[in-house]
Design a protein around this ligand. Structure first.
Ligand code: AQP
Length: 329
């Protein structure tokens, strides 16, 4: 089974990224041949700092290994090191329509109220489709917020295959049973997010333990006392999911364990469980980050494998689309 997923090097990564992203990558990678990509080209879709960019990309690569990807088993690389991604993006632009891109809810959310919106933000789901399709991917482990983009990748693959001839495998998104959409601790009606979240409601992977305690202590809860998931209890429901992810158990088990115990102790315990989960990850991350040459070597090896794996699909795309073949002199 071929697995592909990408993650953006935009700012510090948070517990939502762990739950919908990192955690799933490590779990799925064991079931097949995994390709995991720091999608640096995607980051150009929102304003970013070129001085910081290089570091942010390496930080994220280190976090992918620290959260459990084994470089001996999975291919981890930087998107811009494999030029097939930029090329596939342009070629797939032939079958993507303005109308469908305009329907992407993430574009609507991220562009709302902005005076200037980059063309890259609008077109980025096409780049993402190419990322996935280039590897003849079977499954794409992602969080719930990427559902629409994975669906678009499938639609573009189908349209391309129908118009030019069988080229792509149809990928399938896989979403975690719990923790597919971790919400902001201060505003549980919106997802925990790098750009759209509150500072106090976003738990970062590298937060200090005291910072994590403070964030969980001040997490918004709901009326009542019972620790259980319910539509009218978005704050507690979110904390139950976070606890289930942190302790690698089920939300039902969390509810059973905290029956009749009230919110106070529960909030403290969720904070401690998250601290316990993140401590060894942070230790491993700092080791990897302390050896930039070693990290860059792993990424170079990943890029080489990714180039070799994606090349046949890219060539097939050019071929079936009728381009003049390149002749070596
Ligand atoms: N709140 C979330 N709950 C569960 N999964 C989430 N993901 C993101 N937020 C949540 C999943 O994390 C993976 C990487 O996402 P990304 O590359 O979009 O990273 P990001 O830009 O840091 O994610 P944000 O914070 O969601 O970004 P913005 O600020 O763009 O809104 C994906 O699998 C995603 O589903």
């Amino acid at each position: 089974m071929r697995i592909f997923s990408g993650i953006q090097p935009t700012g510090a990564k948070h517990f939502g990224n762990y739950s919908g992203g990192f955690r799933q990558y490590a779990a799925t990678a064991r079931q097949g041949e995994g390709f995991f990509c720091v999608v640096d080209l995607h980051s150009l879709s929102v304003p970013y700092d070129p001085v910081e960019f290089r570091n942010t990309c390496l930080d994220l690569a280190a976090m992918l290994f620290a959260t459990g990807l084994d470089p001996e088993h999975s291919t981890v690389f930087i998107q811009s090191h494999v030029s097939a991604h930029a090329e596939a993006n342009w070629l797939l632009g032939a079958v993507a329509t303005f109308g469908e891109l305009n329907r992407m809810t993430q574009f609507k959310d991220k562009s709302a109220g902005k005076e200037s919106v980059s063309a890259a933000l609008f077109a980025y789901p096409v780049l993402m489709a190419g990322d996935i399709l280039l590897y003849q991917t079977d499954v794409v482990p992602v969080g719930d917020d990427q559902r629409q983009h994975v669906e678009l990748a499938r639609n573009l693959a189908q349209r391309f295959n129908a118009r030019f001839g069988e080229t792509f495998k149809l990928p399938r998104g896989i979403y975690p049973e719990e923790g597919a959409r971790i919400m902001d601790l201060q505003a549980p009606d919106r997802k925990m997010s790098t750009t759209g979240g509150t500072q106090l409601g976003t738990v970062y992977m590298l937060d200090e333990p005291d910072e994590i305690r403070r964030k969980f202590k001040s997490a918004v809860t709901d009326t009542g006392r019972e620790v259980r998931r319910a539509p009218d209890k978005p704050g507690i429901s979110n904390l139950v999911e976070i606890m289930a992810v942190a302790r690698a158990t089920s939300p039902a088990e969390v509810e059973a364990q905290y029956e009749g115990q009230g919110y106070g102790k529960f909030k403290t315990d969720v904070g401690e469980a998250v601290i316990e989960l993140l401590a060894p990850i942070k230790k491993r991350y700092l080791e990897l980050r302390g050896d930039p040459t070693g990290l860059e070597r792993l990424l170079a090896r990943g890029a080489e494998k990714a180039r070799a794996t994606s090349a046949p699909t890219l060539h097939r795309m050019y071929d079936v689309m009728g381009f003049v073949p390149r002749v070596r002199d």
